[in-house]
Design a protein around this ligand. Structure first.
Ligand code: AMP
Length: 121
């Protein structure tokens, strides 16, 4: 589904269209997983849907069950790729102004490879 409020020129939309470069670690029909350019941990991967969803609220309302499942499958893929099954990681989604979301395309941060620390400092 196309969201009329979606900004098609945001950087992640350009990465999906392959107009901008990214260090992609996993990709399938519904999702793209790539390295954050300013990593906050040894492993810092962004997991995004390929559909045009501006945030988690938009996605929760408008995504299909298949698109939603693909995000969880993506978490599992990235956890396996980086061998985080035993040590764990943190998965964060920032939503809107109060959540300090910067890029207006839904993305999940997966952070690991060290103790990530307390959740809110
Ligand atoms: P957020 O504050 O949740 O919107 O986070 C946006 C994240 O996207 C930040 O961690 C940025 O470092 C990251 N980011 C922005 N542009 C790029 C890019 N071109 N490639 C990879 N990561 C990016």
């Amino acid at each position: 589904m196309t969201n009329s409020n979606y900004d098609k020129n945001n950087i992640f939309a350009k990465i999906i269209r392959k107009e901008a470069k990214a260090n992609i670690v996993f990709e399938n029909k519904h999702i793209l997983c790539f390295k954050d350019i300013f990593p906050k941990a040894p492993v810092h991967i962004l997991i995004i849907p390929k559909g045009q969803f501006k945030d988690i609220f938009d996605f929760s309302i408008n995504a299909t069950s298949e698109e939603k499942k693909a995000i969880y499958d993506g978490f599992a893929e990235v956890i396996k790729i980086f061998g985080l099954e035993l040590d764990g990681c943190r998965i964060i989604n920032n939503f809107g102004n109060d959540g300090r979301q910067e890029v207006p395309h839904l993305h999940f941060h997966l952070l690991g490879g060290k103790d990530i620390g307390s959740m809110i400092s």
